[in-house]
Design a protein around this ligand. Structure first.
Ligand code: PAF
Length: 290
């Protein structure tokens, strides 16, 4: 595995790959890898000849009181996990490499960034859209892969790629879960043992929603009140939002008649956790929840 720190070095390495006729699969990350990241890397390697992974804790997507400084980092561990997963090129730029002195351009996807996480994290998706646009321009991959745990982020990226005519296939991959259902996240490291147990109510309530729909419930407000009751019964979990919405537009829906997204954000101790599930009427289950 080749590791590069600068855009010039990366472009040179990628030009050599393209000269050999190799396709490029790209996984942008903020590091501190877990099985979700590894799944994306392996899929990149399956779908393209050369797998490129970036590790960059992007300062522009963190608010002033968020966890930029505390965000977990372990480059040595990440490097060996990426190598093990078959990654060909690891890009680990500095903040100055991505945002040099005088940097002044931002990408703002309006509409879908103003709901769900966008309400409590103003500016977050502007930072995500900016860095992802930059990374896609730098790497110019054939495909780029993202996890569906960050469903809204994936929707924002699909929208910006369509709106800005960026000719890259965006692939969403199902959320990878711990055996007990907790969605994998680098931020799970913030959870004390009793908080981790309490956090299970999040994935359990998504499962409850699917069960209700399987049993014929289609009224979103009934599902929301059942889930709210379950989550609020868990003392250590402070619900930030719980919404049932259209999976693409993220507009709330009243009746579940088609594939519908249930999205949750909650604070558990020092961790802000998000999770979601696509609820499918008439189908047995979403396949990825315990
Ligand atoms: O999901 C993440 O890890 C980040 O938001 C991303 C897409 C790498 C942009 O910084």
């Amino acid at each position: 595995m080749l590791e590069v720190h600068t855009i010039d070095e990366l472009r040179e390495a990628l030009a050599a790959e393209r000269m050999k006729g190799r396709s490029i699969g790209f996984v942008p990350t903020m590091g501190y890898f877990h099985e979700g990241h590894i799944t994306l890397m392996k899929e990149a390697k399956k779908r393209a000849d050369t797998a490129v992974v970036s590790i960059f804790v992007n300062p522009t997507q963190f608010g002033p009181n968020e966890d930029l400084d505390k965000y977990p980092r372990d480059l040595d561990r990440d490097r060996s996990m990426a190598q093990e997963a078959g990654v060909d090129i690891l890009f680990t730029p500095s903040a100055e490499e991505i945002y040099p002195e005088g940097y002044a351009s931002y990408v703002d996807v309006i509409g879908i960034t103003r709901v769900l996480c966008g309400k409590s994290r103003p500016g977050h998706f502007r930072g995500v859209a900016t860095v992802v646009t930059k990374l896609l321009n730098i790497v110019q991959p054939n495909i780029a892969l993202f996890g569906e745990k960050d469903w809204q982020q994936l929707a924002v990226i699909k929208k910006l790629v369509a709106d800005l005519n960026i000719d890259i296939e965006i692939v969403g991959m199902p959320t990878v879960r711990e055996e007990d259902g907790l969605a994998m996240s680098s931020r799970n490291i913030y959870l004390a043992p009793e908080e981790r147990s309490a956090a299970l109510i999040i994935s359990k309530s998504l499962k409850l929603a699917q069960n209700m729909v399987d049993n014929g419930e289609g009224d979103a407000s009934n599902i929301l009140s059942a889930l709210r009751g379950a989550i609020e019964g868990e003392g250590l979990v402070e619900l930030e939002y719980l919404e049932i919405c259209d999976p693409e537009s993220l507009v709330p829906v009243k009746e579940i008649t088609a594939d519908t997204l249930i999205a949750i954000a909650a604070r558990v101790g020092a961790a802000r956790l998000i999770d979601n599930a696509l609820i499918r009427p008439q189908l047995e289950n979403t396949g990825d929840l315990v």
